[in-house]
Design a protein around this ligand. Sequence first.
Ligand code: GDP
Ligand code: IMO
Ligand code: MG
Length: 426
Amino acid sequence: MKRFVIVGTQWGDEGKGKITDYLGQNVDVVVRYQGGNNAGHTVVFDDKKHSLHLLPSGILNPNIHNVMANGMVINPKALIEELSKLEHYQLAISDRAHIVLPYHIELDKMNELSKGGSQIGTTHKGIGPSYTDKASRIGMRVSSFVSKERMPKLLKELVDQKNKELEMHKGKTLNYQDILDEYQGYADQMRPFIKDTSLYLNQAIEEDKRILFEGAQGVLLCLDHGTYPYVTSSSPTAASVPLNTGIAPWLVEGAIGVTKAYTTRVGAGAFPSEIDGDLADRIRQVGHEFGTTTGRPRRIGWLDTVVLKHSKRVSGLSYLAITLLDVLSGIDSLKIVTSYELNGEIIDSIPADIEDFKKCKAIYTETPGWSEDITQVKSFEELPDHAKKYIKMIESMVGVPVGIFSVGPDRTQTVIMEDLMKELSK
Ligand code: GDP
Ligand code: IMO
Ligand code: MG
């Protein structure tokens, strides 16, 4: 696997940033292929914690080339802020990615408010409205944004049009000149990084470079394969990599599904394995389950293998990376969802209709937990027997080998299995 994808198998925040950083040490290029700064990827090493939102998680290593590919939506202000914290890095930004402008953020908030009780709970980063404009062919591409000649005219047309929409719905209208003055500065700073990143990546492939494609969000938040409409507006699946980066589908050689040892979800939407009360509070505290982007408390649930099998099918997982295993230490008995009951029938797939998904009742199997602190474990053999059993159960229930497990946020608290190590060094 010289070119592989890191994909979240649940509802996001599985630890993709950590696994990308860890495996990224052995690749030449790290590519973010979708989403925007709705993502929050945490990377911890040398006692420092880094929160990345737009930048690929290889950006902290000055030897790695980083690409923000055409499938992304980029908020220039957020990008420049993120870059300002870094010194030495290598970055290329696709000339075909789309720009998130201030009216997208206003529209995101407005759309949410108008939904009343059925809000999606978006991150308010303007992601949905920006992808909507892309699909409606009224978006602004990076190539236009950095064009000194074309940008002012296009921006004027778009701001005028969007102000009408905002006014109609009693939203906050925006001043064209203010946006132009501020955003021209961001365009100047972005210009040196702009490239045809499809050309760049195809060249890198010809040179036999190792490439890691870093997904944001998770399969269950996918616009097509997620729990629609409680999803984001792009596709995090491995299948979206070729389209969102401009490489041939058969050049992607595998996918590593990052899987939290339990489940979390931020924002609204049905969640069959959700738990509440003291146990959920305990997991939330131990796992620091508060959003990297919005600070919102994450909802907590047991591990759900219906979800994982769905992700395996639609994203083609070669290996699983199990994260936050340490958070489960000290829980007497662990539950794993095996199937759902829907209208008296047992199913082990996810219904398309959200009303049916809401009605799904989780069916569990139970397995004993472990009490030992596992945060210093360096091999599978060192794990307590019940933790080994938990991993083996996941492998056999999902039908995908576990290639990595993680026992703490730090880069050093990661164990890679021999099989995956061999696969990645071929
Ligand atoms: P991402 O969006 O998938 O990159 O995940 P986030 O960074 O939003 O959330 C994962 C959180 O778990 C971060 O705070 C990580 O530092 C933390 N984390 C990752 N792996 C582990 C682990 O194995 N154990 C613990 N305790 N924390 C972890
Ligand atoms: P990472 O990459 C968790 C969720 C939001 C909301 C829904 C739609 O850190 O895993 P959006 O702003 O995208 O229109 O919101 O998707 N969401 C995430 N949840 N992790 C993320 O990213 C998310 N990005 C979006 O909470 O429910
Ligand atoms: Mg996150």
